[in-house]
Ligand binder design. Structure first.
Ligand code: ADP
Ligand code: MG
Length: 474
């Protein structure tokens, strides 16, 4: 199929052997499992277009996990290739139907989000392409697989409904294609479809052959040169195996949150307070373990963590007093303060009828806050650890004044040993009641000062576990 050429100048040139294999594969289910930028969407889109043009009477399905993902990453690639191939088309964003403008009959291509997979019941498809299945639930996949049953003869005529499916006919085989980055946590079910012998045997008894094709991001010559370097800088070595090599890896369970990103030799040091620069404070509220971290930036924008304060069983008023006591002892010359905190501090508690932020303001602390995901904040910290500015990491820690943070960075702050059954696809650091609060305080600084999340734009701060492609944002 890779030989299909619509116009001589539009011959498809595979980026790697994986793409070639994907286009040639005859199996019913084929999954292209690859790293970010390994050509998944591109080859999936090309396959879908080939199916549209080859089986013009058929119904096809192109699906991603959300409409946002579908319409901003998956379909644009289809449209780009259709334009390049000189095929005219019309996409109705209301009905989510794509039609090619060809002479004679043209089929319908349904473009859907698999978050609303129930909508698909009742439609039968000859071919299906699912992009970024890592975010798809197994139930959705099962419904999709059940819809892969349009029966047409090779000349395009539909099989009359009176002929039962049990009758042996010479029909066009139905096909399902998946293009995704792997993710053991989010889509272990797909791993099982591809690797579990029992499941594969059962599928094979039903006449369903399954094939996995692996692709590394390194094998795409169409990527910009610095793309792989950007990915390498974004992920720990374990995570890189997943995001770059496209390997199925069971990563962070029970492991240190910062893993190999933290190197004591280079991230720890002795630093002095500069009274001409603001003191940056991160605050995590809470009666049992309110926490504060004290930082500064130097003239080269290094983020320097100078101190930590973890209190026990303190009302917010007492916590604020403790903060001032700490500041007066350690940074008596501090004049300017930049303060960031947990957005939950906006809520008024029934007890005091004042919010934590309101109380802090009475103590001349003026924290600001922004809603964020834990994983985004961790990603900011991880990125800063991995970045060098003038030979020094962008984030450094005072080795004498941050004992708990140092323990946390060394591994005490870790992922849980078990996945939370209530949130099987979300892995956030273990709620240890201790380190987590100091890292939360650090995260609030990271999120407010250093996090720029703008899909489509290369940013310094990318979520590290809930991974997104640094270029597309998906
Ligand atoms: N065979 C190919 N020919 C031309 N460009 C390609 C090819 N394969 C991939 N690319 C380009 O490489 C980039 C990354 O591919 P893409 O499919 O978006 O990656 P992924 O979906 O795996 O993240 C895109 O700009 C894409 O158009
Ligand atoms: Mg893609």
């Amino acid at each position: 199929m890779s030989e299909v050429a619509f116009l001589p100048e539009h011959r498809f040139k595979p980026a790697n052997t994986a793409q070639e294999e994907f286009l040639d594969a005859e199996d019913k289910i084929v999954a292209y499992v690859g790293g970010l930028g390994s050509g998944k969407t591109h080859v999936g889109a090309f396959w879908a277009i080939t199916m549209m043009l080859t089986y013009r009477h058929a119904q096809g399905l192109i699906a991603a996990n959300t409409y946002k993902q579908l319409e901003s990453a998956t379909l644009p690639k289809v449209f780009q290739l259709l334009d390049e191939l000189g095929v005219r088309y019309h996409y109705n964003s209301q009905t989510k139907i794509l039609r090619l403008k060809l002479k004679g009959a043209t089929g319908l291509i349904h473009c859907r989000s698999l978050s609303e997979y129930q909508d698909l019941r009742g439609i039968e498809f000859l071919w299906i392409w699912l992009d970024e299945t890592r975010d798809t639930k197994e139930e959705a996949f099962k419904v999709v697989l059940g819809r892969l049953r349009q029966r047409i003869y090779p000349d395009g005529r539909p099989v009359p409904t009176a002929i039962p499916p049990s009758e042996k006919l010479d029909l066009v085989p139905t096909k399902l294609r998946i293009t995704t980055t792997p993710d053991m946590l989010k889509c272990k079910w797909l791993y099982d479809y591809l690797h579990n012998l029992e499941i594969r045997q059962k599928l094979s008894e039903d006449g369903i052959s399954v094939r996995e094709i692996k692709a590394s991001s390194r094998q795409n010559p169409y990527l910009e040169k610095d793309y792989i370097a950007l990915l390498e800088a974004s992920y720990d070595s374990e995570l890189a195996k997943q995001e770059i090599e496209g390997d199925w890896v069971l990563i962070p369970i029970g492991k240190p949150v910062f893993g190999t990103s933290f190197v004591p030799k280079i991230h720890l040091g002795k630093f002095t307070f500069n009274p001409h620069k603001p003191l940056i404070i991160g605050l995590d509220w809470g009666y049992h373990h309110p926490a504060a971290v004290f930082c500064q930036e130097d003239s080269q924008d290094h983020w320097i963590v100078l101190g930590e304060l973890l209190e026990r069983d303190k009302e917010t008023t007492e916590f604020c007093e403790a903060i001032w006591k700490y500041i007066n002892q350690r940074f008596p010359e501090a004049k300017e303060f930049d303060c960031y905190c947990d957005p939950a501090g906006k809520q008024r508690t029934s007890k005091s009828r004042k919010s934590d932020i309101e109380i802090a303001r009475e103590y001349k602390l003026y924290p600001i806050c922004k809603k964020s995901e834990i994983l985004d904040g961790i990603a900011v910290i991880r990125r800063k650890l991995g970045k060098l500015i003038a030979g020094l990491p962008a984030l450094v820690i005072d080795e004498n004044h941050c004992p708990l943070l140092v323990e946390g960075f060394r591994g005490a702050y870790h992922y849980p040993e078990k996945i939370d059954p209530a949130q099987p696809d979300k892995l956030v650091p273990f709620k240890d009641g201790k380190y987590e609060h100091l890292f939360d305080a650090l995260r609030y600084i990271g999120i407010n000062k250093y996090h720029v999340m703008n899909p489509g734009q290369r940013t310094d701060n990318q979520p590290a576990y809930d991974v997104v492609d640094p270029v597309t944002g998906y």
